[in-house]
Write a protein that binds this ligand. Structure first.
Ligand code: BMA
Length: 327
């Protein structure tokens, strides 16, 4: 089996006996509450990775002035987190231009020798910010990857055909009633190009939960079938947007080729903490830990733009489900 190194002790809970679904929620969800640090109004859409003997993460904590920023956090077990009370302070990375009106929806991935962070960075509107750290103490900000407006920048965990690769979702400056997933490449994490469309929102009749917009979630996972991409899909209802989670499998060497993509969602807003919060009806995955040998997948998602929750699955079942329920 192809695998990229991950910790062997990922957080886990067995599938409940009566569960027929491919993913199941952690029984003590949410794992992070809205007021878990003194300044926070909400903590959600956050990213975690294996780090040393445990885990580290970058958390979106909006404060009580409802300003969006990202904070480092640490955990021994991936479930109980200590989040710093002060936001990440960036130093100059590959540029001196590190302007940032706000930061939100981070993703984190280890590539080669360091942890790379992408987030939605406020520069005359939302675009994709990039930074790196070696230790989750000192952080360095690089050039924004794209022109505004863009969201959901998600790096692949290794170079593809010799270049860094990133998914993103060109958008507008507001709540964006459209959105498709694109891929871009860079030789150096500074200059991005070769933009290609990966997949678009679906026609309403084909799969309505993802008919308004879609965006990449966790770092894609390399499997024998290709890249497993977990993403969010959105439908615009008479009460506003509803965000659910789906999966697709992209070709390993040509990841703009979609091999499979689920018609049904795998997890949608159904529990109270997903349906009730600052923004109701949002399941927004931003990170996943996996262990191919143990066939385990642990997904972290923001719920109702208020708290962080987890769901589990067997990787093989997720892949089979994606193949068997493909559009
Ligand atoms: C998006 C972003 C996300 C949020 C989602 C639902 O545009 O702001 O952070 O979870 O909307 O409100």
């Amino acid at each position: 089996m192809k695998t990229l190194k991950q910790s062997s002790k990922i957080p886990w809970q067995n599938k409940p006996k009566l569960c027929n679904d491919v993913l199941w929620r952690y029984s003590s969800n949410p794992i992070i509450d809205r007021y878990d640090i003194p300044s926070s109004n909400s903590i959600f859409n956050s990213a975690v990775v294996s780090f040393k003997n445990g885990f580290a993460g970058v958390f979106r904590c909006d404060n009580k002035a409802v300003q969006m920023n990202i904070f480092a956090g640490f955990s021994e077990d991936g479930i109980n987190w200590e989040i710093n009370h002060h936001p990440i302070k960036m130093k100059a990375g590959n540029t001196k231009m590190i302007d940032s009106d706000y930061k939100y929806d981070p993703r984190v991935v280890f590539i080669e020798d360091r942890y790379w962070i992408t987030w939605c960075n406020g520069y005359k509107g939302p675009t994709i910010g990039i930074g790196y750290t070696f230790d989750f103490k000192e952080f360095f900000q690089c050039e924004n990857a794209f022109l505004p407006f863009n969201r959901n920048g998600v790096l692949f965990p290794k170079k593809i055909n010799g270049k860094y690769a990133m998914l993103s979702r060109p958008s507008d400056n507001g709540h964006t009633p459209f959105g498709d997933i694109y891929i871009s490449y860079s030789p150096d994490m500074k200059y991005w190009g070769e933009h290609r469309c990966v997949m678009k929102a679906t026609p309403f009749e084909d799969s309505a939960w993802q008919c308004t917009k879609i965006g990449a979630g966790p770092i894609p996972i390399l499997t024998n079938d290709g890249w497993l991409m977990i993403y969010h899909g959105v439908i615009n209802t008479c009460n506003g947007f509803r965000y659910a989670m789906g999966t697709a499998i992209l070709d390993e060497n040509k990841p703009d080729v979609v091999k499979y993509r689920t018609q049904p969602y795998l997890l949608g807003p159904a529990e109270h903490y997903e349906m009730v919060g600052d923004v109701p009806n949002v399941v927004f995955p931003c990170a996943a830990l996996h262990d191919i040998e143990q066939d385990k997948l642990a997904i972290y998602y923001g719920a109702a733009d208020t708290v962080v929750a987890m769901a589990f699955g067997h990787l093989s079942e997720v892949i089979n489900f994606t193949k068997e329920n493909s559009l």
